[in-house]
Every structure is written in C-alpha cells, then in structure tokens.
Design a protein around this ligand. Structure first.
Ligand SMILES: Nc1ncnc2c1ncn2[C@@H]1O[C@H](COP(=O)(O)OP(=O)(O)O)[C@@H](O)[C@H]1O
Ligand SMILES: [Mg+2]
Length: 328
C-alpha cells in the first residue's frame, strides 16, 4: 500500500529544496573581483569549487576547506570576507580566530570547544561551537594556522574531515557542513614564492608547496590531506594597489554618506608612493594614509550638503575636492 500523503509530503520537501539559493558562478566571480584585486586566477578557481560543492544535496564535510598562503596584505582575509558576504548575505557571519591565541593546549581547546563539564565557564560553551549552534551558515577563518597548538590542530582536522565538532561541556555537536572553512598563513611566503616561481600548472605548484612545507617543519602536512585546495596569493603590483586605493577612497566616502565620482590617477599614485614609504610589503598602512588625506574632505562635503565629490589634483600636488551640490 502506498502512503500517498507521505509521498505528497516528500514532493513538497523536494520542491522547497529546489528553491534554495543556487550559486551563480559568474555573479560570484564578479562579486569577489569587485573586492579583491590582482588575484583573478584564484577567484575563478575558488568560485568554481564553491559552486560545485554548494550544489550537492548532502555533504559530510564543510562546503570547502581552503588554505590561503602568501605574503601579508595580499587579500587573503578580504577574499574570505567577500565569499562570506556573497554566500551568507553579510560578512558579519564570518567567524575569525587568530591561531596565535590558540598556541597553548588548554587555552586553545577551551576557546574553541568550551571548558569541560564541571569546570569554570563550561556553561558558556566554546567561542567556535556556540556561534555555530546559533547559525551554521558561516565562513570560519583561522588566521596564522601554523601557530595553533597541535591539540587545536587535531580539532581542526576533525572539523574539516567530518564536518562536526563536539562541545566539551554540553556534549552537543556543532555542524560545519554548511560552512566554508578558510585557513591562512603567511609563514614561508618568501620561500614558497621562490619555489613556485615560473610554475603554472597546479600539480607542480602543489608539489613545490608541499616540499617547502615538509622541509620547513613549521607546518603539519596532514593538513593538506584535508584541504580541498591550496592557493598561493600573489604579491600586489603597483597598478593593483592603485585600484585598491580607489576602492578604499570610495568606501571611506560611503561611510560619510558621500559618493566618490572621480579620483585623479596622480592622487592614486601619490597614495601608492606614500604606502611604499611606510611599508615595503603589503598595504596595511594604506587605509590610514587615505584616511589622513581624504576623511576631512568628506566631512566638509557632507557639512556643505554635497552628495558626491570628485578629487582633482592641483599643480602643487594638493588634493582639490569638487563638490556636487544637489539641485536646488
Ligand atoms: N588583493 C587585494 N584586493 C583588495 N584589497 C586588498 C587586497 N589585499 C589587501 N587588501 C586590503 O588590505 C587590507 C589587508 O588585507 P588582508 O586581506 O587582511 O591581507 P592578508 O592577505 O594579510 O589577509 C584590507 O583592508 C584589504 O581591504
Ligand atoms: Mg589576513
């Protein structure tokens, strides 16, 4: 005998399933490129990987486990945030751990999965498990992964391999099968850069990276077994930094409610040069430099009720801010 009502119920379920959010790879690429510059090959590959895994009906592991390697200030964290914003609607769903704070066995384990039952703080649970109970749709980011204590490392391997992790105090299990796991490291960036220079195909690049990892001993190579893909971020070139400067000026303007219509290229080059003067590598200082130079223009523009501005350059090299007044 067929239980028709049950069957109908099942059909409804599949219907609801099919209406779930599907990942449009082109749109994902476009979104990631709008935030992360100079890493187009990584973005193309990561978007493909995410779409293919996202479309599975069932997963027993996270959507993907990614390892981002490369010099500091090249967009590793930024890419994780951008992925989170696209997939989960908001970069606030990103859960970040600095593994240098997980360097001791007790601290690291308690931080992630809470204190054991009966110990102080056990009822508070873990800083990883609790947010995952509340919302399992997240990007979970572990920065400077090589600094984690081996015990923490074992937890991560379990999380990545089985898609679950049990809280110590409550014994409840957190689900990671709807999460994207990203680990980053800028350790060995220089030697890896050298080892892969000139290589173009992925298997060879991976071999070179594995060799550097195993020879250095700072990194546990089992990690690679659980990781779906390793990406080596490129150092940024001048043009890309100029482009990032433009993005950051526009974003700063938005924070004051002022739209940026135009920035003279000379001004971007100035920002680039100022950045190189303070840090040879990366662009950590760029935001501060741009804040120093542009924030006050935005404040004044807003005080004058301008909705938009253009930044030109004077002969002296000074910034000239032209405000566009709303029509009277
Ligand atoms: N490739 C990039 N594209 C856009 N912004 C970037 C890029 N690299 C770095 N940035 C900017 O520089 C700052 C540091 O970047 P981040 O992604 O945290 O670097 P890391 O590679 O060390 O994680 C962020 O404010 C980010 O916006
Ligand atoms: Mg980072």
């Amino acid at each position: 005998m067929t239980d028709w009502s049950k069957l109908q119920g099942m059909l409804k379920e599949t219907d609801a399933e099919s209406k779930r959010f599907t990942v449009d790879e082109n749109k994902l690429v476009e979104h990631l490129k709008s935030r992360v510059k100079g890493q187009d090959e990584i973005i193309a590959d990561v978007a493909r990987l995410i779409r293919l895994s996202w479309m599975k009906d069932k997963r027993t592991r996270p959507v993907c486990n990614l390892l981002f390697l490369g010099p500091t200030g090249t967009g590793k964290t930024e890419l994780a945030k951008a992925i989170c914003e696209y997939l989960f609607g908001d970069e606030g769903s990103l859960l970040r751990f600095d593994c240098s704070e997980l360097a001791s066995a007790e601290m690291g384990k308690a931080r992630l999965t809470g204190a054991s039952a009966g110990y102080v703080g056990a009822d508070q649970g873990g800083q990883l498990t609790r947010p995952m109970f509340a919302n399992p749709k997240r990007v979970v980011l572990f920065d400077e992964i090589e600094k984690a204590h081996p015990i923490v490392f074992d937890l991560l391997l379990q999380l990545m391999g089985e898609g679950r992790l049990t809280e110590q105090g409550s014994g409840k299990t957190a689900d990671f099968t709807q999460a994207v796991v990203v680990m980053t490291s800028n350790a060995l960036a220089e030697s890896m850069g050298k080892a892969v220079a000139g290589l173009t195909d992925y298997p060879r690049i991976m071999n070179a990276i594995k060799t550097v990892l195993s020879e250095s001993g700072t990194f546990r190579p089992e990690l690679l077994g659980r990781v779906d893909k390793v990406y080596l971020f490129n150092p940024l070139a001048g043009m890309q930094i100029a482009e990032i400067a433009l993005l950051k000026i526009a974003k700063l303007g938005q924070e004051y409610g002022v739209e940026t219509r135009f920035v003279a290229p000379e001004l971007l080059i100035q920002a680039l040069e100022a950045n190189i003067r303070v840090s040879k590598f990366g662009i950590r200082e760029l935001e501060r430099i741009l804040f120093d130079r542009y924030a006050n223009h935005f404040v004044e523009a807003r005080a004058a009720k301008a909705k938009a501005v253009s930044f030109e350059v004077a002969e002296s090299g000074e910034i000239v801010c032209r405000r566009e007044q709303p029509p009277a």
